[in-house]
Design a binder for this molecule. Structure first.
Ligand code: SAM
Length: 248
């Protein structure tokens, strides 16, 4: 029986690929990649020649059946995305789900992931965290998404676009309050890696003061809601947050 390997690739620094990942990429029959041109650069760098298939957001449901059939025929296939761990804010979920449903063998390799790397260096609690992916781009939906987590005590992890970071920090201050601890992990593993940390208001001021902080790739981490002494229920916190939005 064949195997689908989920293979993480670097998130910036090309040395962040494991020896096992290179072995697997060298040995599989097919590499299913989010963007074949993008992945060719990585594969060429490591001298790997492979048959590449494009499996991205727009065709992955159709491709899933084809790939499952190949796996059941005994082929080995690696799934990679443009950067980091496939399926983590990246394509792959429909494929892995279809593999499980069909009884195909799936093996995931551990490796680079921006969320986990940033969390481990952020200095926020790591015992409980909630990965939330990208916030919605539209303001109203974004505020609603933040509001839904206003009472969440786990550390929150978001992927954010540099174009929206100021708007998002402003919304965050509005909804979670200016004192909530925030960390922005930017350009992780790359030349201009920076971690900004402080209260939401401090971090907003730092980003506004330096246009370099409005560029590159970033992970936004938010400390969880403090356990309140009087144990205010999350519904009450949400109501308060909504009221404070309505009031002048
Ligand atoms: N699958 C990837 C992973 O495992 O991290 C994430 C893919 S998602 C499409 C891309 C987003 O991840 C970026 O917009 C950014 O928020 C975050 N990201 C990826 N690489 C990063 C890096 N080197 N530094 C900071 N954030 C990064």
């Amino acid at each position: 029986k064949g195997t689908l390997y989920i293979v993480p690739t670097p998130i910036g620094n090309l040395n962040d690929i494991t020896l096992r990942a290179l072995d697997v990429l060298r040995s599989v029959d097919v590499i299913a990649a989010e963007d074949t041109r993008h992945s060719s650069v990585l594969l060429n760098h490591f001298g790997i020649q492979a048959t590449l298939w494009a499996v991205h957001e727009h065709n992955e449901r159709q491709k899933a059946d084809q790939i499952v059939q190949r796996l059941l025929d005994g082929q080995t296939i690696a799934l990679i995305s443009d950067a980091g761990t496939p399926l983590i804010s990246d394509p792959g979920y429909p494929l892995v789900n279809a593999c499980r449903a069909a009884g195909a063998h799936v093996v995931a390799l551990p490796g680079a992931c921006a969320a986990i790397t940033a969390l481990s260096a952020a200095g926020l609690p790591t015992d409980r965290f909630l990965f939330c992916g990208f916030l919605p781009a539209k303001q109203q939906a974004r505020e609603k998404a933040l509001q839904a987590l206003v009472g969440e005590s786990a550390t929150l992890i978001y992927y954010e676009s540099p174009r929206r970071i100021i708007d998002t920090l402003e919304a965050l201050i509005h909804i979670f309050g200016a004192d909530r601890p925030v960390v922005i992990a930017r350009e992780v593993t790359k030349q201009f890696e920076t971690y900004l940390h402080g209260s939401a208001a401090d971090v907003l001021a730092m980003v506004q003061a330096d246009s370099n902080q409005q560029r590159g790739e970033m992970v936004l981490l938010v400390g969880g809601a403090p356990a309140s002494d009087d144990a205010t229920p999350p519904e009450a916190l949400q109501l308060l947050a909504r009221l404070s939005q309505e009031l002048p």
